[in-house]
Design a protein around this ligand. Structure first.
Ligand SMILES: Cc1cc2nc3c(=O)[nH]c(=O)nc-3n(C[C@H](O)[C@H](O)[C@H](O)COP(=O)(O)OP(=O)(O)OC[C@H]3O[C@@H](n4cnc5c(N)ncnc54)[C@H](O)[C@@H]3O)c2cc1C
Length: 386
């Protein structure tokens, strides 16, 4: 029983219909295969094609490029349902909600027509490569270069921790086109699977996300036509900064759904398991812990839903996005740890969803801008300090 009554006002009838079809897709196409993909280190290409057939990829793309022109609420539903199902392997969110907006916002007509239809169908899987072994939080410090040579750029460098790294057919690569210029010398280049000199390194061995092909990428004298530059030369850093609020909201949406799922698993578990002659939920400590999670979840969900509204109105700013990501990811990690604790030893067993969620979601305090970087964004804005 859960009598909490602050209902969400974001979704209409059509969204509920969409949610049902997403839930069915996950139950039929993802959940039965996820364990196998975890052992194989990546999901199947067929899954991407199936998701494309169902219209679940790049749903924000307008009809003229083969999409359905749906709003961010549809993406929200997909993110939430994937979190409820602990489906961390498919990198759909990165492809649809992070890479696609770059091509939509900064691509030329020719670029959009060339790549978006294949991305929508799941025939072209994408990634975005910013982080390098020597530069993560400090993006201005990247060393990968793209030096202009006639009608081409010559790309040299290395990237690490790249989501969809093994499967990607198209990678947006953050490069220095003018290494002497710092942030103003950065541009975004598109590199494709078969470009000569583009090699994939290891599918990295992680503590979680075992079905996600997070990888190293290497670029050695990769020559791409100037056609492959996304937007103006020297505007790469500005483009990255412009897209970050949406990327951070995506993490926040996922965190809230993950906490909700963990809370439900833990209520069921503590009602069912007995110790000292009564259910675990019969102990005040268990009820207090569950109540704390429920109360914080209720408050944070309202804030995140407000951020979704702001994004829909084109008004989500960097500071608000940073607050959403920081608060939800910090709370999620605490809540998952508390929920695991309430499962006792079973919480440490991989077959229990709480164990997988605990390991998989630790990334959220680091990736997409760490908690410390979120605090910098918020604190600098407050004080005016640089
Ligand atoms: C699962 C996963 C998927 C990822 N996917 C992608 C991807 O698809 N594409 C991509 O480009 N990257 C990806 N990343 C990389 C991710 O964005 C970086 O790991 C992140 O930005 C942090 O960079 P770093 O690892 O180099 O850590 P560092 O920048 O070296 O930071 C190390 C520590 O120092 C702290 N720190 C750094 N600077 C400051 C400061 N100014 N003040 C206070 N503390 C500071 C950080 O908060 C952190 O705690 C992924 C990472 C993971 C774990």
């Amino acid at each position: 029983m859960n009598s909490y009554k602050v209902s969400r006002s974001l979704f209409g009838e059509e969204h509920q219909v969409f949610r049902k079809s997403v839930r069915r897709f996950i139950a039929e196409e993802i959940t039965p295969n996820h364990d196998r993909w975890e052992k194989e280190g990546q999901v199947s290409r067929e899954l991407w094609l199936r998701a494309g057939e169902q219209g679940f990829l790049c749903s924000s793309v307008p009809e003229e490029y083969g999409g359905v022109g749906a709003d961010f609420l549809y993406s929200t539903i997909l993110l939430e349902e994937m979190a409820y199902a602990n489906a961390t392997g498919p990198g759909f969110h990165l492809h649809s909600e992070i890479v696609t907006p770059y091509i939509l916002h900064y691509g030329t007509e020719e670029q959009k027509k060339k790549w978006l239809p294949k991305m929508i169908r799941g025939e072209c899987i994408t990634a975005i490569a910013m982080t390098e072994p020597g530069a993560g939080s400090d993006l201005q410090g990247i060393k990968t270069t793209a030096i202009k040579d006639g009608n081409e750029y010559c790309i040299n460098g290395q990237k690490v921790f790249i989501t969809n790294g093994q499967m990607a057919d198209l990678v947006i690569v953050a490069c220095k086109t003018d290494p002497a210029q710092g942030a103003k010398g950065m541009s975004l280049m598109i590199v494709e699977r078969n470009d000569e000199g583009f090699e994939r390194g290891r599918n990295l061995d992680k503590i979680g996300f075992h079905a996600q092909d997070t990888s190293e990428l290497f670029f050695e004298n990769v020559r791409v036509p100037t056609f492959n530059r996304l937007g103006e030369e020297g505007y790469g850093f500005v483009q990255l900064i412009e897209q970050l609020p949406q990327e951070r909201l995506i993490v926040a949406v996922r965190c809230i759904a993950q906490i909700e799922a963990a809370l439900n698993w833990t209520v069921d578990y503590t009602n069912g398991r007995k110790a000292f002659g009564k259910p675990l939920s019969g102990f005040q400590n268990t009820r207090f812990k569950l109540a704390e999670i429920q109360a914080e979840l209720a408050v944070q969900r309202v804030f995140v839903d407000k951020c979704i509204e702001l994004l829909l109105d084109g008004k989500l700013d960097a500071v608000t996005g940073a607050i959403a990501k920081m608060k939800t990811s910090e709370f999620m990690c605490q809540a998952l740890d508390d929920c695991l604790q309430m499962h006792g030893g079973y919480g440490f067993m991989a077959e229990y969803p709480i164990a997988k969620a605990w390991a998989d979601n630790r990334y959220a305090r680091i990736a997409g801008g760490s908690t410390e970087i979120m605090k910098e964004i918020i604190g600098r804005d407050l004080t005016g300090q640089r």
